[in-house]
Design a protein around this ligand. Structure first.
Ligand code: NAD
Length: 311
């Protein structure tokens, strides 16, 4: 049994990861300030043995120092997410994601934790370059959010080189699954579209809908985190995707099939900062940590719809 800290435990990915760690018999300390997280996710975890929660803010060094006490594995999921939110409010994104991640890495180093896995993002690649994206391609963050993720992963890599702290950065490609927030201006596309189409409303596509994403089911991201913490690999950033890509137009078609609806989307202007195509080559993660996406896009979509229509 290992003692794990999950920052962002009230968030979508952090809560799924916390449940899986508990299922595997580990102890979990969740940490969150509820900036974008949902207290109901902590309520669901609080009923479980071996879970404790610390409400705290990554920007507060004292909060972070107590969060890492007696911890072996750190899973750093907390961040202010979303490209458009960062375009609206670059300072909030930068302080939470850059200052917060620095505080956490310093505290983890000082507490001699065994390993730190940080959440990075496919957005660090930017719009150019060949597909699928490989980690040896040049990075080109095009929004304050992408830059903050780039900062986080580079600092994690440096902490491995400078201080011997075991770190891995996972470049997530559009993670989706049950329980993701469908509401609000900054909601991710899959939960937002499922809820709108389920209720007979037309979703809005920004641009022509031919932009594509490597939508990755949550179980794959959770698996990658645990593999990274267990592995001896350090100072590396790697893609965590499904290895496939789907256009937004095809997403709508497939949602119509799975939901049994026949809804035409509306089209709006493209959003600034959004990349055109995103598709992961996952061979580096496969080689270094033994990652293998076990749930494909369509199967993940069907599982998500099955749970979301009940919510
Ligand atoms: P989320 O918004 O559901 O979770 C993020 C959590 O971090 C929230 O619970 C929020 O309250 C918490 N948080 C924010 N600022 C904080 C602070 N200063 N102190 C403490 N807690 C704070 O987002 P998510 O989708 O679960 O994303 C988790 C991580 O994965 C983030 O780092 C995000 O950048 C990264 N990521 C996610 C995706 C995706 O598709 N969901 C893609 C790429 C990268």
């Amino acid at each position: 049994m290992t003692r794990a800290l999950v920052t962002g435990a009230a968030g979508f990915i952090g809560s799924h990861l916390s449940h899986e760690l508990l299922d595997r018999g580990h102890e979990v300390r969740g940490f969150d300030n509820f900036a974008t997280g949902d207290p109901a996710r902590i309520d669901a975890l609080a009923d479980r043995d071996d879970f404790e929660f610390q409400e705290g803010d990554l920007r507060d060094e004292g909060d972070v120092a107590s969060a890492v006490e007696d911890i072996e594995w750190v899973f750093h999921q907390a961040a202010v997410p979303s490209v458009p939110r960062s375009v609206e409010n670059p300072k909030l994104t930068t302080t939470a994601n850059c200052v917060g991640s620095t505080n956490l890495l310093v505290a983890a180093r000082d507490a001699d934790v065994e390993s730190v896995v940080v959440a990075s993002s496919s957005s660090v690649y930017g719009s150019g370059g060949e597909l699928p994206k490989r980690e040896d391609q040049p990075d080109s963050p095009e929004s304050p959010y992408a830059l903050s993720k780039y900062w986080t992963e580079r600092l994690a890599v440096q902490f491995s080189d400078l201080y011997g702290l075991e770190t891995t950065a996972l470049r997530y490609f559009n993670i989706f699954g049950p329980g993701q927030d469908p509401d609000g201006e900054y909601a991710a596309v899959i939960p937002k579209f499922i809820h709108l189409m389920r209720d007979g409303e037309r979703p809005i596509i920004y641009g022509d809908g031919e932009q594509s994403r490597d939508f990755t089911y949550i179980e794959n991201a959770v698996q990658a985190n645990i593999l990274a913490a267990k592995s001896d690999c350090s100072g590396e950033a790697m893609n965590v995707g499904c290895g496939d890509n789907t256009t937004i137009n095809s997403l709508i078609e497939q949602l119509n099939e799975v939901l049994g609806t026949d809804i035409d989307p509306e089209h709006g202007d493209p959003r600034p900062g959004d990349v055109r195509h995103s598709h992961a080559d996952v061979s580096k993660a496969r080689e270094l940590i033994g990652y293998e996406p076990s749930v494909g896009f369509r199967e993940g979509l069907e599982q998500t719809v099955a749970e979301e229509v009940e919510r």
